[in-house]
Design a protein around this ligand. Structure first.
Ligand SMILES: Cc1cc2nc3c(=O)[nH]c(=O)nc-3n(C[C@H](O)[C@H](O)[C@H](O)COP(=O)(O)OP(=O)(O)OC[C@H]3O[C@@H](n4cnc5c(N)ncnc54)[C@H](O)[C@@H]3O)c2cc1C
Length: 389
């Protein structure tokens, strides 16, 4: 049986960034992924790295994540593009919120700039003039290509930091013993199942809560969110660069909830159905010119994820596309791909649970994992392993 300092189960953003930081600190790390390649939330998202939308310590982790993404990008192409983020306000309430957020970020030294309507349209000519009242621009924020980033990160940590990565390796059992933890992988014959031992084991299984420690997860109050996403055909002639976040996002993201006028915010009638489905409209142009457009939010307890259905709903897609048409001037159809993404979340910011002194569970980072996961994982490894990272 092979021995490691740390075994990480789950090669999404959370697991892989934990593996990265531990290996950088000199730990011998084994990263195990049940699928042939990661196919969870980490590859199904927009790839927007937007600390501006986060609050509290998650904003700080997001800022640190920007530095980490940019530092790794200096060494290998992680698909990081430094095109900034912009929030587009479409009415007076949203305009008030972006002004208030601007003032707060100026006071903490986070670079941002208010854009007039004319500046928004000059910088983003693909926007519908009727939609735009003003914008708030964050020049330091970046985006990544979600379908590629984590695979490249895994290659990088294996080559540079000698992480051992094994995909197609579903962990079906984790046990502590007197000198660490042992994992058992699914395999054809019980007598012949692969086992690995490490001083410590970290489970970052995303929204998979039934294979391992089901009793703990049953009591964890985790909620699964299902998001519908769409991708257009490539439109290389349309330039709408960076992370584009719009009015409903201003009405939704945590950072705006801390602004003084948020408490008095009301929902206009024409947005009521969109809010009911948790819809807010984001755009992210991929390198081939196609646009990812989304998203919606439906919720179920983590132990009842099947209640969210295996299908995407045409009605939700129509609502997303109709609102997108109010915002941009280019044709948002035909749609090339549509999919659903799932993540786990909790009302306690993240789910961190020590099974015992050797085994820790971390999941439930919600919709902020691509933005804050790299910085959070650094602090997490530092605290848990007591190593300098
Ligand atoms: C549609 C969508 C859009 C989003 N957009 C953004 C965005 O633009 N910006 C942002 O910051 N965040 C975004 N998010 C959130 C972000 O994607 C998640 O927070 C993040 O990817 C969660 O990472 P994770 O590692 O916890 O989970 P996952 O990516 O789901 O990874 C968990 C991994 O664990 C593996 N696993 C589970 N059980 C086992 C086992 N027993 N053995 C071995 N392997 C196992 C799974 O196969 C999986 O690969 C979005 C999410 C979705 C769904």
């Amino acid at each position: 049986m092979a021995f490691y300092d740390l075994i990480v189960v789950g090669a999404g953003a959370l697991g892989t960034f934990h593996a990265y930081h531990a290996a950088r600190a000199g730990q011998r790390v084994l990263l195990l992924e049940k699928d042939a390649y990661p196919a969870g939330a980490t590859v199904r998202n927009f790839g927007q790295v937007v600390p501006s939308g986060l609050a509290g310590r998650w904003f700080d982790y997001g800022r640190r994540s920007l530095e980490i993404y940019k530092a790794i990008q200096q060494e290998t192409d992680l698909t990081v593009r430094a095109n900034g983020s912009v929030y587009i306000a479409s009415d007076a309430d949203e305009l008030a919120l972006i002004n208030e957020l601007h003032d707060r970020y100026v006071s903490v030294g986070y670079p941002c700039e208010l854009l007039t309507k004319a500046r928004c349209l000059a910088q983003y000519p693909a926007l519908q003039p009727d939609y735009v009242l003003g914008g708030l621009y964050f020049p330091d924020e970046v985006s990544v290509e979600p379908e590629q980033m984590v695979h490249r990160l895994i290659d990088y940590i294996c080559q540079k930091y000698k992480v051992t990565y094994q995909s197609g390796s579903a962990v079906i059992d984790c046990q502590s013993n007197y000198n660490g933890a042992i994992v058992t992988l699914a395999g054809p014959r019980q007598t012949n199942r692969q086992r690995f031992q490490a001083d410590r084991l970290l489970l970052c299984s995303g929204h998979e809560v039934r294979l391992l420690f089901p009793d703990i997860f049953a009591d964890a109050d985790l909620i699964i969110s299902k998001l519908q996403m769409l991708m257009t055909e490539p439109m290389p002639d349309v330039a709408l660069r960076g992370n584009i976040l719009t009015g409903l996002t201003i009405r939704r993201y945590e950072s705006f909830r801390e602004c003084p006028s948020y408490a008095g915010l009301t929902t206009p009638d024409y947005l009521a159905e969109l809010k009911q489905w948790g819809i807010h409209i984001l755009f992210k142009q991929a390198t081939d010119g196609s646009f990812i457009i989304g998203d919606s939010h439906e919720y179920a307890p983590a132990t009842r994820v099947e209640d969210l259905g295996y299908h995407t709903q045409a009605h939700i897609n129509r609502l997303i596309l109709n609102e997108a048409r109010r915002i941009v001037r280019f044709p948002v159809e035909p749609i090339r791909k549509e999919w659903a993404g799932f993540y786990s979340q909790t009302d306690k910011e993240i789910f961190e649970y020590d099974v015992d002194e050797h085994i820790r569970i971390i999941t439930g980072i919600g919709g902020k994992g691509m933005t804050s996961g790299a910085g959070y994982a650094e602090a997490s490894i530092r605290q848990w392993l007591g190593v300098a990272v």
